[in-house]
Design a protein around this ligand. Structure first.
Ligand code: F6R
Length: 609
């Protein structure tokens, strides 16, 4: 959601900035812009729509500027337009600024600045920032930024450039990510590490309240007016991981990466003989757990759907109550949590604003927080008491796939780990589950190899649908919710998930001839009831695609089409059953000619509430 890029060095700035913007396209945006300083004036280039439009406007005229800032904007305050697009400038066009976040008190700041004679052009909250800098500028951009930050409420990552100090970029961060890449006598700025990995692997991750003064002399960072040291981290991501690697879309690549990602997430955490899970990174002892009377899982979107599985698995294995809540609801609901609650927040990006707010609610109520994150050193990872990293690598497609399955994997391992500590199950029983878990990467690979063509054919049928229902019971219902989200977010087909047992309490009124239903029927004890539900739907003319674990003749008999998952322990089935649903959504979107990796209105990382 909004992407920031900046460069100060000796290369031509515009191509570096454009490349950095392209690399962050997946964050979601509706306009883009760049500012450089050249021949004593600020040059601003802006365009609504795709970055390619901005690139076309610039038309290869890169000039000679070697410093600049750029931005992709996801509209919050003010519709997408050239005026509202960043960079924004002050009255005298001497200061340019790009911003990610929201300035909550912008109306009062704007009114005060207007009283002082400042003239505003846009509808954005951001525009107050260059005017504040102008107001406080007395030949020192850093000092002006320090003063300006004291007058705004909200959250931000921002970069400022000033005509009078052309070899200086000042950066500030509060609750929105901002990274500084360190090259040989050159400096890069971005919202995401993946945008910089082609240039440098040495990165400083700015922390909340940091203001960085970057010039040819180096990087100096301040926090609350005091100089602070921030370590330079070596990022050893595989460069290719953030490229499509021959796949037409990141989403398809990431779906296919799941066998590898599942194995990576287990690596070093599952003993070779499958007798124990060792989450050595957790410092949870038996007495800590005895002090806990509930677990509360909080997340957004797909990560929340992973939490729904986590709840069922942990409750089954530990017999301890687990609450699972959407972060955006949790933070306003005066939740029943205290020091006897273990908070678990799940976030791929580690930057989702509502999940971060939930983490802080846990802390304020005395609860310890365990984060399950993918992005190393992200804000959520840093603020949590403990962190478990999902080893999914960079996830670029907006629709989450491999991050979800690695989150599931970690939730299973967490449940097994806690069950071991509390000695809730026999070693033999644990060994059965852990052996089954160890097989999952191989089974996921087989599932992909054997079913993709069938799923493609079914997706062709789905692509003509206006609506779709996903039904299931227990774990299947939780996976159904993820399947419905995947389908709606990338194919724009209206999709809803229902607990199969709820159909008769209202939803069945919507079932008429040819209404499509995807029925998950992977749980042996619930199979008979699922078959009855499918029959009820068929009686009303629905078209039913069923998902079963191995052969299930009773389902085959009643459904119109069946996708078979490889046999595994039914507790672990969600890790496999989501894969066909991801593929169905992908191919349905492909047949509908949708922008799969960057669906409309969506952003990869939701950094506003
Ligand atoms: C959907 C999707 C979103 C994210 C949600 C949380 O495919 O990706 O629903 O799961 O925005 O994001 P993170 O996990 O980064 O906190």
């Amino acid at each position: 959601m909004c992407g920031i890029i900046g460069y100060l060095g000796s290369r031509l700035a515009i191509p570096v900035l454009l490349e950095g913007l392209y690399a962050q396209e997946y964050r979601g945006y509706d306009s883009a812009g760049i500012a450089t300083i050249e021949e004593g004036r600020l040059n601003i280039y802006k365009s609504t729509g795709k970055i390619a439009e901005l690139d076309k406007k610039i038309g290869g005229q890169y000039g000679s500027a070697t410093a600049g800032i750029g931005h992709t904007r996801w509209a919050t305050h003010g519709k997408p337009s050239d005026i509202n697009c960043h960079p924004h400038v002050d009255c005298r066009q001497k200061i340019a600024l790009v911003h990610n976040g929201i300035i909550e008190n912008y109306q009062e700041v704007k009114a005060a600045l207007q009283d002082q004679g400042h003239h505003f052009l846009s509808d954005t909250d951001t525009e107050v920032l260059p005017h504040l800098l102008e107001q406080y500028y007395q030949g020192d951009l850093l000092a002006a930024m320090q003063e300006a930050c004291g007058h705004v409420k909200g959250f931000y990552a921002m970069l400022a450039l000033c005509l009078e100090e052309p070899r200086r970029i000042v950066a500030a961060r509060l609750d929105n990510p901002l990274i500084i890449g360190i090259g040989q006598g050159e400096y890069y700025f971005a919202s995401d590490m993946s945008a910089l990995i082609d240039y440098t692997r040495e990165m400083i991750i700015l922390q909340n309240g940091d203001i960085a003064d970057v010039s040819d002399q180096g990087v100096v960072i301040y926090n609350q007016g005091q100089k602070v040291e921030r370590s330079v981290k070596h990022i050893d991501w595989d460069k290719e991981a953030a490229k499509k690697g021959g796949y037409p879309h990141f989403m398809l690549k990431e779906i296919h990466e799941q066998p590898k990602v599942l194995a990576q997430t287990m690596q070093g955490r599952l003993q070779e003989d499958c007798r124990r899970v060792d989450l050595n990174e957790l410092a949870l002892q038996k007495q800590d757990l005895q002090n806990i009377d509930q677990i509360a899982i909080v997340a957004c979107g797909t990560a929340y759907h992973a939490g729904l599985i986590g709840k069922q698995v942990i409750e089954k294995l530990l017999r301890m109550p687990v609450m699972v809540e959407l972060a955006s609801e949790f933070i306003h609901n005066d939740p029943l949590i205290d020091q006897h609650t273990l908070g678990v927040v799940i976030s791929q990006s580690g930057e989702t604003m509502d999940t971060l707010a939930a983490l802080r609610v846990f802390r304020e109520n005395g609860a310890k927080v365990l984060a399950i994150c993918n992005v190393v050193d992200s804000t959520i990872a840093r603020e949590a008491d403990q962190v478990l990293y999902t080893m999914a690598g960079p996830e670029i497609a907006v629709a989450s796939t491999k991050a979800y399955s690695s989150q599931l994997m970690l939730l299973y391992m967490l449940a097994f780990h806690l069950a071991q500590i509390l000695q809730r199950h026999s070693d033999e029983q644990l060994n059965v589950w852990l052996k089954a878990m160890y097989q999952l990467p191989q089974l996921a690979a087989a599932l992909l190899a054997e079913n993709e063509e069938t799923i493609k054919t079914l997706a062709k049928t789905i692509s003509d649908w206006q609506d779709a229902f996903f039904i299931g019971r227990g774990l299947d219902y939780a996976v159904a919710q993820e399947g419905a989200l995947k389908l709606k977010e990338i194919s724009y087909i209206h999709a809803e998930a229902y607990a199969a047992g709820e159909l008769k309490h209202g939803t069945i009124a919507l079932i008429t001839p040819k209404v499509p239903v995807i029925a998950l029927a992977t749980q042996e004890p619930l199979l008979k009831m699922m078959v009855s539900n499918i029959v009820e739907l068929k009686t009303r003319g629905a078209y039913v695609i069923a998902l079963t674990r191995g052969a299930a003749p009773e389902v085959e008999h009643v459904a119109d089409a069946v996708i078979h998952l490889p046999e595994t322990d039914e507790l672990l089935t969600p890790v496999l059953s989501v894969i066909p649903l991801q593929l169905l959504a992908y191919y349905a979107a492909l047949y509908r000619d949708c922008d799969i990796d960057q669906p409309r209105n969506l952003a990869k990382s939701v950094t506003v509430p």
